[in-house]
Design a protein around this ligand. Sequence first.
Ligand code: B12
Length: 285
Amino acid sequence: MKAQVTPKQLARAIQVSESSIKRWCDQGSIMTVRTAGGHRRMALAAVLHFLRENRYELVRPEVLGLPATAGRTSWVLDRAQAAFRDALLAGDEDQTRRILFDLYLASHHLTKILDEVVAPALHEIGERWSCGEAAVYQERRGCEICLRLLHELRTVTPVPSVPRGLAMGGTPEGDVYQIPNAMVELVLRMQGWDTVSLGSGLPFDTLRAGLSTHRPQLFWLSVSHIRDEQAFLTGWNELCAPVAFPVMFATGGQALREPLRRQMPQASFCRNLKELDAIAQTLGG
Ligand code: B12
């Protein structure tokens, strides 16, 4: 896959004139950078974002270094999930990227791609790990590939000039999971939020410091692992202590079982990103 694309290449790939491409670059419709010599260049991910948003057909994907089939394979989501899982287990990064961008170019909603393809693929890899059918290195390698793909999607999701608001979040102390946190940030960025991910494994007092200092309208917490439930609840209540500005807390994650959620009335718990997308739409902007 080409990291950067020229106007000539994109013109050939979607069969439009080069002058149209240059006009779209100059209008800011496609995120563009200039070389030292002043030539226009576009990140591939920015091009894919533009094609998806404007529903242009990728007539010659190979011109962009994509497989000739890119965007052609109309995946049924559960078949895509199985293919994505197998590619992750095999460490086949190109195939995982191909599937993800096929789904992305086919304009599947991002929450659908993450909730119904990527997350279930990782859930199943976890199942196979827990019953010895998958090696630890396969799981970790798969995580690294997922994190890179999520980061690529993040680079194409620029913060709009007038963001919907500020959203901040991460995972608590003792929880080193990165993927659900990265997914939450991506979905909020896609919705036009200015996002600050604080990353994984943060003590509650520093989460609170971030909240009080930056006053986000939305604060998220992803919780996949809890060492000590009582200590977690104490920290949670410190995080959510009253502040002098409006903030909504959104939570999610496999470790937040129902009995625990009942003791976290301050938060809107989301089972998946689709639910987050719905509540975040009601905020900011
Ligand atoms: C990869 C992985 C790891 C990696 C993570 C690497 C990384 N860089 O992130 C590492 C190696 C750290 C790890 C460690 C452990 N793991 Co682990 N891990 C997994 C695995 C395979 C995938 C996790 C993942 O990313 N899933 C994909 C995400 C996207 O799915 P999700 O969490 O469900 O998120 C979705 C929703 O919940 C929601 N969501 C989640 N968070 C949020 C937040 C908000 C705000 C919102 C709105 C929505 C939302 O949206 C997401 C998309 O739909 C899971 C299997 C599984 N079932 O997920 C096991 C799994 C979670 N791990 C497990 C275990 C036991 C462990 C360890 C305790 C093992 C050990 N003894 O050391 C440690 C604990 C580490 C710790 N202290 O945090 C068990 C948990 C069992 C249990 N019931 O508690 C699982 C289920 C594996 C298994 N089948 O047994 N693990």
